[in-house]
Design a protein around this ligand. Structure first.
Ligand code: CTP
Ligand code: CA
Length: 237
């Protein structure tokens, strides 16, 4: 459907969308990041805003040109974060008042155990290989599902690489059941697939792993399909 052809069916809804890739510091000049561009999350936030929702966009690393696609709207408030811990805290602050939370951000699973206050040097490492200790970050989505309040809808994203012997749908189903979100948007990624693209292809699964949507097209089209599914789940469709 064309942008603008949608009804303003999200008026009165308070929405939180996280987007972009977190960065976990190693030292003052280095970090561990990921290839998320934030484009899909931005498209989800823009679609919600255009359909009338009040949107809080919790933005991890996203290029300014991409962020600008959502920031021009009066009903989008942006909270910028860097690390997974900051993202979790920012989403936590907003979650109480939110009717719908969409975790589109690529959240680092691990952070550096001991962040160096000064730049690490080869000299200090005395040559050869080094080992970087990592500790697991809290699963923000799992926490949201655990603390979900009555009437709140929680949506996750899963970017999967194909693995021998298991289809994308099978992997997505397992994750949907494990995560327990109301909706999980599953897409395939790879070395040359998914990240900087303006197009996407996702399967939407409910909390039991059943397919409730299947959409391919511009990331904005995927964003609108996600909100269609949310409206359906919430019983307004
Ligand atoms: N997520 C999160 N907090 C984390 C990691 C992930 O909230 N620490 C969210 C993501 O924003 C996404 C969903 O969980 O909406 C699924 O992320 P994914 O990385 O696919 O799931 P994981 O449980 O981390 O599984 P995997 O081992 O495949 O990375
Ligand atoms: Ca992960």
């Amino acid at each position: 459907a064309a942008v603008g052809a949608r009804p303003r069916d999200l008026v009165g809804l308070r929405v939180v969308v996280s987007a972009g890739g977190t960065r976990e510091p190693i030292d003052p000049v280095r970090y561990i990041g990921n290839r998320s561009s934030g484009r899909q999350g931005i498209a989800v936030a823009a679609a919600a805003a255009d359909r009338g929702a009040d949107v809080v966009l919790v933005a991890a690393h996203i290029e300014d040109t991409v962020l600008a696609e959502a920031s021009a709207r009066a009903n989008v408030r942006i909270v910028r974060v860097e690390t997974a811990a900051e993202l979790g805290a920012a989403v936590g602050v907003e979650a109480d008042r939110a009717d719908v939370i969409v975790m589109a951000a690529a959240v680092a699973d691990y952070r550096v155990a001991e962040v160096s206050s000064h730049k690490r040097t080869k000299e200090a490492a005395r040559g050869g290989a080094i080992t970087l200790g990592l500790v697991e970050n809290d699963d923000i989505l799992a926490g949201l599902v655990r603390d979900r309040r009555e009437g709140q809808t929680i949506v996750g994203f899963a970017a999967e690489t194909p693995v021998d012997g298991e289809t994308l749908l099978e992997r997505g189903r397992r994750k949907a059941v494990r995560k327990g979100a109301d909706l999980l948007a599953v897409n395939e990624v790879g070395w040359t697939k998914g990240f900087e693209s303006t197009e996407n292809e996702v399967v939407l699964l409910d909390g039991s792993g059943s397919v409730v949507g299947d959409v391919r097209g511009a990331k904005r089209v995927v964003g609108d399909a996600l909100w269609d599914a949310v409206v359906g789940i919430r019983g307004g469709g």
